[in-house]
Ligand binder design. Structure first.
Ligand SMILES: Nc1ncnc2c1ncn2[C@@H]1O[C@H](COP(=O)(O)OP(=O)(O)OP(=O)(O)O)[C@@H](O)[C@H]1O
Ligand SMILES: [Mg+2]
Length: 323
């Protein structure tokens, strides 16, 4: 059984034209010890999908449909108190800007200790020992001294290490990482990704949902990848087969926009046209106006989800029996 099983998730935002879906009928699973990359251009709904699972949405958003099962519990049906506890204990998050996770007025040591005291029930001494251990694990040198520093005294990469220390402090079953390395330079980026892999996946068998628009990052660290376009997952599969043989024209376009040597360097893909906004989503397959293979049916019918081979899924008429 999967650790996380998201089914039919639909999340809408209030717009001037009424409620409009930013995420439509999104389903995916995540197994223990697995890293799933969620990719797509800006505005495809990656963050909204992830925040929906954590129920961290603002007042202008609503989950219109779907379930998100973690073990035997549907996160989307849980009350706020239970969810808050779960978010510290079993689920963790890191974001593009580590500052969002850190309180600027409190030393980083206090912040880590507070988390482990609250969620692991440790006393002050044990919490300090745990904080030191975590700082060492995420590669912070001279941890005794660093405990009493404030967030602004750290570089972006160092602050992200602290956010990671907090995120792993309670041994979460799952981490959601939303563009955790986008703001960092390439060397630091690789270090943080390696830490996520060793500390969470290898040592704890936690699952990671890694949101990125960088296919290089996916190639480096993910096991499977889900490609999103205009609120829908258009293709899912293991990274090796998706990169070798992309089935959806959008996936192919993303990969084609990236010269092979650039995959390793982590360059950004750009393809012609742009992702439609919430109020100008085309009918049929949302990608059809940008698709080199579009047929008349693509403008009117939503493509069915097909499973051409084990573990692979694609939503495109090209892959249907008469496609
Ligand atoms: N708080 C909000 N209120 C209204 N619309 C929103 C809000 N947040 C996101 N949207 C809209 O929902 C759609 C999906 O946005 P989302 O931020 O989930 O995309 P993303 O794939 O994470 O993009 P990025 O790569 O830029 O982070 C976009 O059209 C965006 O404009
Ligand atoms: Mg985002």
């Amino acid at each position: 059984m999967s650790l996380l099983d998201v089914r039919g998730l639909t999340t809408e935002f209030r717009t001037e034209q009424g409620w409009r879906p930013a995420v439509s009928d999104v389903s995916f699973t995540l197994d223990p010890g697995e890293i799933l990359g969620l990719v797509g251009e800006s505005g495809c709904g990656k963050s909204t999908a992830a925040y929906s699972v954590m129920k961290l949405l603002g007042a202008n958003a609503r989950i219109a449909a779907g379930e998100a099962w973690l073990g035997g519990e549907n996160l989307l049906a849980m009350d706020d108190n239970a969810l808050r506890k779960l978010r510290g204990d079993r689920l963790s998050m890191i974001f593009q800007d580590p500052a969002t996770a850190l309180d600027p007025a409190i030393t980083v040591g206090e912040q880590v200790m507070e988390t482990v005291r609250e969620h692991l029930g440790l006393d002050r001494r044990a919490a300090r020992a745990r904080a030191l251990e975590l700082f060492r694990q995420v590669g912070i040198s001279d941890p005794e001294r660093r405990l009493s520093a404030y967030p602004h005294q750290f570089s972006g990469g160092m602050a992200q290490r602290i956010a990671l220390a907090i995120a792993i402090s309670c041994n979460p079953e799952m981490l959601i990482a939303d563009e955790p390395t986008t703001a960092l330079d390439v060397t630091i980026q690789a270090q943080i990704l390696r830490l996520i892999k060793t500390l969470l996946v290898t040592e704890r068998r936690s699952a990671v949902l890694l949101i990125t628009h960088d296919l290089g990052v996916v190639a480096q660290i993910c096991d499977r990848v889900a490609v999103m376009y205009a609120g829908r997952i258009v293709e899912v599969g293991d990274v090796r087969s998706v990169f070798a043989d992309p089935l959806h024209p959008y996936t192919r376009a993303l990969l084609d926009a990236l010269p092979t040597h650039e995959v390793a360097r982590g360059a950004l893909a750009t393809i012609e046209g742009r992702v439609p906004g919430l109020t100008d989503r085309p009918s049929g397959c949302s990608f059809h106006p940008r698709c080199p293979h579009a047929r008349p049916v693509c403008a009117t019918e939503l493509p069915p989800r097909v499973r051409p081979s084990p573990g692979r899924e694609v939503s495109c008429v090209l892959h249907t029996a008469d496609g």
